[in-house]
Design a protein around this ligand. Structure first.
Ligand code: XMP
Length: 310
């Protein structure tokens, strides 16, 4: 791909669409929304308003690190603290699809809908890629389209339009553009992380306490497997408990599952044969987390399993 031609074309198209107006976008720190942010900032400068929504579901230090990474590139990102709103929306929910819906609604309707109105933006930039569109059409994903997620016809209701500069690219193409734009490796080569974030890594109810447990386990797994070259690796908190022994006492504790998979597009996945010493080390670190006394390695490929548990 001719990255320079792609970037020039997108910059021209964003410029022509937004004109002298203001555009808004949400940055998650993943490669897609990062590339959109850089492209749009290049075109619009301070007429682009970029927000990082802290949903309480992010990984350790992720909101602050993402804001800093972009500040270092001269791109201001405003951190929006919506932790209480997300936790309230997820309270009591255990069904996977209801949890996803709660995260989607809180993000697009409650939080982002409010920001769009406050800013009065006429254009909204979104990091939709070709695979998102294909998966929506094939019924694998529910909706890729931010308009439908907001549940409105934005042109009619608010008078703003959605721009999707990456809609012709797949993930490898987005990574190529990311490198060409000079994004740091930690973003350009970042492993996939789902939109509903740690809510997809907790089987059962999402609470602050359970989030803290899975967040710590995620940090351990990501540290230990950073050099694995795998497509994706993750930690999941199960809803079951198991008896164990801590400080000579029986403890009915929590169970963390570790998953490390290879894949090209996440439609199929095989399990990585990690060295025993690595698995042993991960297990020892994870069972040091308060209340966790079991660590399991999942050997199931996709299919029949999916990558996430929720
Ligand atoms: P599954 O679990 O369906 O995951 O095998 C396939 C890929 O998609 C990611 N994933 C999601 N991404 N919203 C997202 O943006 C979601 O609700 C979601 N669920 C799963 C998963 O991490 C894997 O890379």
């Amino acid at each position: 791909m001719d990255c320079k031609a792609f970037v020039d074309q997108q910059v021209a198209e964003i410029g022509a669409a937004v004109g002298e107006g203001t555009a808004i976008n949400a940055l998650s720190g993943g490669v897609d929304s990062s590339v959109v942010t850089v492209l749009a900032h290049r075109t619009l400068g301070d007429r682009l308003k970029t927000f990082f929504v802290d949903s309480a579901l992010m990984r350790e230090g992720e909101p602050q690190q993402t804001v800093k990474t972009f500040a270092d590139m001269g791109i201001p990102v405003q951190l929006v603290d919506a932790r209480k709103e997300f936790l309230a929306a997820l309270k009591g929910l255990t069904d996977p699809e209801q949890k996803r819906q709660a995260v989607t609604d809180t993000f697009y309707k409650t939080v982002f809908g409010r920001l769009v109105k406050e800013i009065g933006a006429k254009h909204l930039l979104h990091g939709t890629i070709l695979t998102d569109i294909e998966e929506t059409v094939a019924g694998i994903k529910r909706q890729h389209n931010i308009l439908a997620q907001i549940g409105i016809d934005p042109e009619e209701t608010y008078g703003y339009a959605v721009l999707e500069p990456l809609k012709t690219l797949r993930k490898d193409g987005v990574r190529e553009v990311a490198r060409d734009l000079g994004l740091p490796d930690k973003i350009a080569e970042r492993i996939p992380f789902p939109g509903p974030a740690l809510a997809t890594r907790i089987v059962g109810e999402v609470t602050e306490e359970r989030l803290a447990t899975v967040r710590t386990a995620t940090t351990i797994v990501e540290e230990e497997l950073a050099d694995s070259g795998a497509f994706q690796y993750l930690a999941v908190l199960l809803n079951d408990r198991a008896t164990g022994i801590r400080e000579n006492r029986r403890e009915f504790g929590q169970i963390i599952v570790v998953r490390c998979i290879d894949s090209t597009d996440a439609r199929q996945a095989s399990v990585v044969q990690l060295p025993w010493e690595k698995l042993d080390r991960i297990c020892r670190r994870i069972t040091q987390i308060e209340g966790v006394n079991r660590c399991l390695y999942d050997l199931t490929p996709k299919p029949p399993a999916t990558i996430e548990y929720v």
